[in-house]
Design a protein around this ligand. Structure first.
Ligand code: WQD
Length: 340
């Protein structure tokens, strides 16, 4: 079965394609390379011995999107990752985020309708919850007003998809990621932010390898045991496996409703300082960091209620924080070997 993976040269997309191909799916990647590199396709081939088809297109362009589906009329399902995802950047460039993230989605859904493709797995985010009132947060929790344009594009996207489902044969599963970190055990694919990393773990590994001087810890005056923010970090390979289960659930018509939502987290929260301690433990290196003021838009603490994904999707995160940090560090070491 041929699956279109949009944003497939990106961090989570690439890891998901490895799992899809290892489960016998045929993959076409649509990506505009605005935030990733084409050599990821070679790495996927090296890991799985199968080269996915790669189409460099901009999904925000309706004509290019239609041409893609016309070229691959045997696409039976779509996993949609393609979106800009930096919380901080989105507050500075809101129109870039609304245009890219929402025009791409509308074009994709329109074209799927035109070509009668009615199976969608959507990459959503725990950002839709804002700061939950109760923790762990479950899928029925109130959707708070987004704290950033990025988070708002995810909320609006979920509404666009659920409204489209009500008016068409579309079936979808929306996966709300918590904090994806780590890399494939081969260290051939991993997180590769362009420029200064927005996210914690690539900043930790780049500081330790010497690409950055010092990690800034954004605030230690939160209402948490050590004062730093708490997040539910999840290994990107665990996350990728959930996408194969979600896609198969739809393809085999096992979904209980036309639109299902699942949290993808471990159910355990760790503070920034705990994450740093885990990294230092597994890398054997000392991280240079300092505490600075809070970052605007940061949620104080969030971790997932994973009951629905565990019982209905039949998925459970297997890897712990040490595994995540070890794989992230191995990836950074491999990157630095390539540079030398
Ligand atoms: C984690 C913690 C920071 C950097 C965002 C999106 C989410 C997902 C992941 C797409 C926070 C602290 C960070 C640094 C720090 N994106 N931190 N110094 O903001 O929880 O989630 O990225 O899928 O949708 O919302 O992730 O890694 O930026 O931050 O102290 O240099 O690390 O304050 O507490 P975040 P993050």
């Amino acid at each position: 079965m041929k699956i279109l993976v949009t944003g497939g040269t990106g961090y989570i997309g690439a890891h998901t394609i490895v799992e899809l191909q290892q489960h016998g799916f045929e993959v076409v990647i649509a990506d505009n390379l605005s935030n990733s590199f084409a050599d990821v396709v070679d790495a996927i081939k090296e890991i799985t011995a199968i080269r996915p088809v790669f189409e460099q297109i901009d999904l925000a362009d309706a004509a290019q999107t239609k041409a893609l589906f016309a070229k691959h009329p045997d696409i039976v399902g779509v996993i949609h990752f393609a979106a800009f995802k930096a919380v901080g950047e989105s507050t500075k460039l809101p129109l870039k985020y609304y245009h890219n993230n929402l025009f791409s989605l509308v074009n994709l859904l329109n074209t799927m309708q035109e070509f009668d493709v009615n199976t969608l797995v959507f990459s959503s985010s725990c950002t839709v919850y804002g700061q939950p009132e109760t923790l762990p947060v479950d899928e029925k929790a109130a959707i708070q007003k987004a704290l950033s344009p990025y988070g708002n594009t995810k909320q609006i996207a979920e509404d666009i998809i659920s409204d489209t489902i009500k008016a068409s044969p579309l079936k979808a599963i929306m996966l709300r990621y918590f904090n994806p970190i780590g890399a494939h055990e081969s260290a051939l694919i991993g997180e590769l932010p362009i420029g200064i990393p927005n996210n914690l773990v690539p900043f930790i590994t780049q500081t330790t390898i010497g690409k950055r001087d010092c990690l800034q810890v954004f605030g230690n005056d939160y209402d948490t045991p050590d004062g730093t923010c708490i997040r539910d970090y999840i290994h990107v390979v665990d996350l990728a496996k959930a996408h194969v289960l979600a896609l198969s659930r739809l393809m085999e018509k096992k979904n209980d409703a036309p639109c299902e939502v699942f949290n993808l987290g471990t159910g355990t929260g760790y503070s920034v300082l705990e994450a740093i301690q885990a990294f230092e433990r597994v890398s054997g290196r000392k991280l240079n960091y300092k505490i600075v003021e809070r970052r605007a838009g940061d949620v104080e603490k969030i971790w997932a209620d994973t009951h629905l994904a565990n019982t209905v999707l039949g998925w459970k995160a297997e890897k712990g924080l040490d595994d995540m940090m070890r794989s992230a560090w191995n990836w950074e070491l491999k990157l630095s070997e390539k540079k030398n």
